[in-house]
Write a protein that binds this ligand. Structure first.
Ligand code: IPE
Ligand code: IPE
Ligand code: MG
Length: 259
């Protein structure tokens, strides 16, 4: 089990171990070019490919991408079905490459609303790549942070009814969809909005938040490095004072590894 930021203080590392991204701005990217929104989503898949590679090269161990929220069903049917087709196509084209590169693929979210074909592509990809250890790429699809906390609580109580009278963080966290990953160190949202939009809620308790106006299709390795440098400049205190930090003396050298 990984350390809970509210239970124990995670080890300080210059490169974030887990990066979680809200990939926003595809529609606006397209609109600025007088293109249909779908063109923006297509370019968004290319940005995913680049960022997965860049994260692997930089030693990020977990990358979690918000691809479709539980609220995105509210979009026009055409756009929703295009996104589903794009997801199918991306899996068909990319999974073998992910596997060759030692990347483990996982999906989190309520998959029950997806077409069986998409679900089986997801399950096959998870199965094929399950023993890969270089980077774990998690795609959040029909995911919502509140859904996650509720499904975890419900599953926990079903398996352990004795906890109905009271349970702890430690009891609950194994049931959360991201239980196989440490809590995100760095959260990035592209596209200029400064909100969480029901992405991972529980695990963002002590995550460093980074917001950029860059639209997702334009988010490249250099943009990722800017986010990482910003992360390296933060002091993660987890409730303590600066003076209490064990790395206090070496902060200046510890930081700015890529900058
Ligand atoms: C993010 O881009 C992709 C998804 C939510 C699937 P948007 O489609 O939200 O792009 P904007 O926010 O309209 O620019
Ligand atoms: C958040 O983007 C969800 C994904 C990136 C998949 P949205 O564009 O749907 O977010 P809101 O609704 O504007 O907050
Ligand atoms: Mg958006």
């Amino acid at each position: 089990m990984f350390k809970s930021s509210t239970g124990e203080i995670p080890e300080a590392r210059p490169v974030p171990r887990h990066v979680a991204i809200i990939m926003d701005g595809n529609g606006r990217w397209a609109k600025r070019r007088f293109l249909p929104r779908m063109a923006g989503h297509r370019r968004g898949v290319e940005a995913v490919r680049n960022i997965v590679r860049a994260c692997g090269e930089r030693g990020v161990e977990f990358l979690t991408l918000f691809a479709f929220s539980s609220e995105n069903w509210r979009r026009p049917v055409d756009e929703v079905s295009f996104l589903m087709r794009l997801f199918v196509m991306a899996l068909e084209q990319e999974v073998s490459k992910l596997h060759e590169n030692g990347i483990r693929f996982r999906a989190i979210g309520d998959l029950s609303r997806f077409e069986p074909k998409l679900v089986s592509l997801i399950r096959d990809a998870e199965e094929l790549t399950r023993n890969n250890g270089r980077l774990t790429l998690t795609v959040a699809a029909n995911y919502g942070g509140r859904w996650d906390i509720l499904q975890a609580t419900n599953r926990m109580l079903k398996e352990r009814p004795e906890l109905a009278t009271g349970f702890t963080e430690k009891d609950l966290t194994p049931y959360l969809a991201l239980s196989y990953a440490p809590e995100p160190d760095l959260f990035i949202r592209t596209g200029g909005e400064q909100r969480i939009s029901n992405f991972v809620l529980w695990q963002l308790a002590y995550t460093e938040l980074y917001f950029t106006d860059t639209l997702w299709p334009d988010f490249d390795a250099a943009a990722l490095d800017r986010a990482v440098v910003s992360y390296q400049e933060r002091e993660r205190r987890f409730g303590r004072t600066s003076e209490q930090l064990p790395e206090f003396a070496g902060l200046a050298t510890q930081r700015r590894v890529t900058g």
